[in-house]
Every structure is written in structure tokens, then in C-alpha cells.
Design a protein around this ligand. Structure first.
Ligand SMILES: [Zn+2]
Length: 254
């Protein structure tokens, strides 16, 4: 899709590593929109490749429409470094708080995937039900904003203390559900975070379908989760998925 590629080209003045990160971030946004994980809302960020105290995230725009010129550099407290008048996502605190708490995390996806929402509100636990779902990890915590901030919030993670609370519940894991809202996914790389977000959504769909069939659903055991996720979290599989999904999203040169 030549027109699309041209539109995500970044200025040549950018350092190559930053230009690469921006281009990948644009593609990651488009993939997650195409896969239905993100719609008009939700967002993706990456830690700045040259400065771990900053991160890169689009301005306030639907992820399917993001281009390179939309990417804003942020301090971890959510302060924009180069806003240039562009509107911002309100829930920046999700990203900064996770980067602050987790030096191993270099990409964050916040999404409102409809398939996942029921597992944050019913008491039915989201669990790995097939090998690709193992990347979520064995135990998936649920963060309920009312636990610390009471009833009557707007459910959004706008303040940094709210973000810090969410990051604490995420702990050392890769996924945290947000009751009545969505989820946050943390990856060591952008491709890993995208991979986990896509398969978390599919796992939720398959878990719902399986339990509707009746009988005793057999989930992956903790040992199976550990072995399967160790393989799937290697870059090889993630590259294959990234190429497939980016091609499907219109990036035929990836
Ligand atoms: Zn949200």
C-alpha cells in the first residue's frame, strides 16, 4: 500500500533508531486496529529507544488512522516533550506508570477488547485455554478502580497515582484486566505486546465458546503455560505473526 507507507515515512533528520521505532509503532497501531483489539479508543506506546525515561505514543487519534507525524514523545509522568499543539490521549498514566514500575517493559497496549471485558466483571477467571493463550501467563489479575479510589470514578486512568495502582496490580506479569473498562498488556518489545494482546482476545473468545459447550473445560496446566509461553515469547514466532498481521493491515513491504 504505497500511499500508506509514504504517509508513515518519518523525517530524515530523525535518528535511525527513533525513526524505526516510530514506524513500528504506527504499524503496531494499525495491526491492533485491524485485528479488532483496538477500535476508536485504546492506545499503544513504546519506550523511547535512546532514553528509558521517556516513551513514544500517538496523539489522540483512532489507532487505525495513526501516522508518523502523530507520535509524541513523553516523560514518564505524562508530560509531552514535543506536543506541538496535538491533542493527547487522556489515559497516558497507564503507560508511564508501567514503564516506571517495570524496567523490563518496552511496550504497553491499553485496550477495551469486548471479548475480554466479561472476564473482568463476572468472577469467571480468564485462563489460558490454548497454547497461544499461554503468553498471558498463568494468573491474570483484575484491577478494580473502586478498591482504592471508591465508587463514582469515570473508570479512566488519568492521574499518575491511579496509574501506579494499576501497575502494582500488574506486578511482574504481562496482562492486567481493568474491571468494567479493558486491560493493559506489557511486553519486552512492541511485537511481543501486540502478540499478547491479539492472543488474549482470541483466548477470551475461545474460553467463552468452550464453556458454552458444557462439560468440564480443560485449561492449560501451569507447567504447560510455562513451556508453551517460553517458546512463543521468542522473537521468531512474533516476527512471523507481525509479518502476517502487518501484511493484512496493508503494509506489504514488512
Ligand atoms: Zn481506556
Amino acid at each position: 500500500m504505497t500511499d500508506q507507507i509514504a504517509r508513515i515515512d518519518v523525517p530524515v533528520a530523525r535518528e535511525p533508531a527513533i525513526a524505526h521505532a516510530i514506524r513500528e509503532l504506527v504499524i503496531g497501531n494499525r495491526i491492533l486496529a485491524h485485528q479488532g483489539v483496538l477500535d476508536a479508543f485504546g492506545h499503544v506506546s513504546v519506550r523511547h529507544p535512546a532514553n528509558p525515561e521517556r516513551y513514544l505514543m500517538p496523539c489522540s487519534r483512532g489507532p487505525a488512522l495513526v501516522v508518523a507525524d502523530d507520535i509524541i514523545e513523553y516523560a514518564l509522568d505524562g508530560t509531552p516533550i514535543d506536543q506541538r499543539g496535538r491533542p493527547q490521549y487522556s489515559e497516558r498514566a497507564i503507560h508511564g506508570a508501567i514503564y516506571l514500575a517495570r524496567p523490563d517493559v518496552n511496550a504497553v497496549v491499553h485496550n477495551h477488547s469486548p471479548a475480554v471485558i466479561p472476564f473482568g466483571v463476572t468472577g469467571t477467571v480468564l485462563r489460558p485455554i490454548f497454547h497461544l493463550g499461554s503468553v498471558m501467563g498463568p494468573d491474570i489479575p483484575i484491577w478494580d478502580i473502586t478498591d482504592k479510589f471508591g465508587d463514582g470514578t469515570d473508570l479512566l486512568v488519568i492521574r499518575n497515582d491511579v496509574g501506579a495502582s494499576l501497575a502494582r496490580t500488574l506486578g511482574g506479569g504481562r496482562v492486567v484486566l481493568m474491571r468494567g473498562h479493558g486491560s493493559a498488556v506489557a511486553g519486552r518489545r512492541l511485537k511481543e505486546a501486540v502478540f499478547i494482546a491479539v492472543y488474549m482476545q482470541l483466548n477470551a473468545q475461545l474460553q467463552l465458546a468452550s464453556t458454552q459447550l458444557g462439560g468440564a473445560t480443560k485449561f492449560l496446566s501451569p507447567a504447560e503455560v510455562a513451556r508453551a509461553s517460553a517458546i512463543l515469547l521468542e522473537p521468531l514466532g512474533q516476527e512471523r505473526a507481525w509479518q502476517t498481521w502487518s501484511h493484512a493491515a496493508g503494509f506489504t513491504d514488512v
